[in-house]
Design a binder for this molecule. Structure first.
Ligand SMILES: Nc1ncnc2c1ncn2[C@@H]1O[C@H](COP(=O)(O)OP(=O)(O)O)[C@@H](O)[C@H]1O
Ligand SMILES: CCCC(=O)OP(=O)(O)O
Length: 375
């Protein structure tokens, strides 16, 4: 981190957000985007790779080629930042990439997700250019209170795996709109994307949230969420499925994919417009489950909070948002922030450190043993 003490007038930052079917990249000059692109990969192209980490070289080459085609001079960069992945549970913030982090990302310490590549790509590109690399608010941000960790099954602790980056970025933006600091407010923030997570943000800390990756909370475009546990156990021991087949039913092939064979809510809305009553029932059930999860989360604040925020791609769906809002607007004001701006959130987290408004955190600050999910 030596060298960061020098305050510059302009910082140029490369941000990298690896998703399951794409890598989103951007180059920012301070808060201004000067280039943004989504590099998409064919599903068939990705199935050639056994693990997410095996995709590293292909993704790195695609990023560097894209930047080269755009004529962007990498020697002007001040830092590289990537979306962080399934590390050990850590508190929110901006972390400098270090050896321990790279080791855990490569090993998939808390499981496999495309975001595991974010820190590795940022580090490798940063190393080549001799500039620092960071991750910001990875999916394992863990600020849960002890009471929220109790699952009811002593061998299993509830885990905090959620859209920390977008939830915190949107929460900060909404706080600004409300003329307050994020740390002064009590908010429920719901990210509705491929997975759906409902976070209880108490004075800037996410003290409870459903594990949006490994089967907790509402079902979502491609995840099953909470399912009746007895039936699931019977299914696991029926002899009809391998463990990875069951896992895929929960993550990837659950939710809308399982019922309607698509993870695209826009297509589901078209099906409904064309008179598909089953699609209408399933879509409304997803809204119903999200509203129920928000209702449950509101009990953490004993019903009193500053606002409920709905964000993520599904928040573009006006009827979908209405179906949720009509069930929750008696609890608090509902603020809708459609889409996600994770690249900007990565850049903002990096700028806070480069400008010395915050110190980069060191991974792992206070490691907790996490269960490795093995398939
Ligand atoms: N205009 C829209 N109306 C309804 N749903 C939308 C719209 N745009 C995107 N979505 C849906 O949002 C979901 C993806 O959300 P997104 O936040 O991009 O996902 P992720 O969390 O994987 O980044 C998809 O189901 C997509 O169809
Ligand atoms: C809950 C972890 C993050 C996550 O689910 O991201 P996607 O919705 O983008 O898969």
């Amino acid at each position: 981190m030596e060298g960061l003490t020098l305050q510059q007038s302009e910082y140029r930052i490369l941000a990298i957000n690896p998703g399951s079917t794409s890598t989103k990249i951007a180059v920012y000059s301070d808060e201004q985007p000067i280039f943004e692109k989504t590099i998409r990969y064919d599903a068939s192209e990705l199935t050639d790779y056994e693990t997410i980490i095996d995709q590293y070289q292909m993704r790195k080459t695609s990023i560097l080629e894209t930047l080269d085609e755009e004529g962007l001079n990498l020697s002007h960069l001040s830092a590289v930042v990537g979306r962080g992945g399934l590390l050990r549970p850590i508190e929110g913030g901006t972390y400098a990439v270090n050896e321990k982090m790279l080791e855990d990302l490569r090993a998939g310490y808390s499981g496999e997700h495309a975001s595991n590549l974010g820190g590795i790509l940022a580090y490798e590109i940063g190393q080549q250019l001799n500039i620092p690399s960071f991750i910001v608010d990875p999916v394992v941000v863990d600020e849960m209170e002890p009471i929220a960790r109790i699952s009811g099954f002593p061998e299993i602790e509830r885990k905090s795996i959620f859209h920390a980056l977008n939830q915190k970025a949107v929460a900060r933006r909404v706080s600004k709109q409300l003329g307050k600091d994020y740390k002064e407010l009590d908010l429920i923030v719901t990210h509705m994307g491929g997975g759906v997570t409902v976070g209880v943000h108490k004075h800037g800390r996410v003290i409870d949230v459903n594990n949006g990756l490994h089967g907790e909370g509402p079902f979502s475009p491609e995840r099953a969420g909470t399912i009746p546990v007895g039936d699931l156990i019977s299914m696991c021991y029926s002899g009809e499925y391998y463990v990875d087949e069951i896992m895929k039913k929960a993550v990837g092939q659950g939710g809308l994919v399982g019922y309607l064979n698509t993870n695209d809510a826009v297509k589901v809305e078209e099906m409904i417009e064309n008179g598909d009553e089953y699609a209408a029932l399933v879509y409304d059930a997803m809204a119903y489950q999200i509203a129920k999860e928000i209702g449950a989360a509101s009990t953490v604040f004993k019903g009193k909070m500053d606002a409920i925020v709905l964000t993520g791609g599904l928040a573009y769906g006006k009827d979908f948002v209405k179906a949720i809002t009509k069930r929750i607007d008696w609890i608090a004001d509902v603020i809708v922030v459609p889409g996600e701006d994770e690249l900007q959130a990565l850049v903002e987290g990096t700028l806070r450190v480069l400008r010395e408004e915050e110190q980069a955190k060191v991974y792992p600050a206070s490691p907790k043993p996490a269960q490795t999910i093995k398939l």
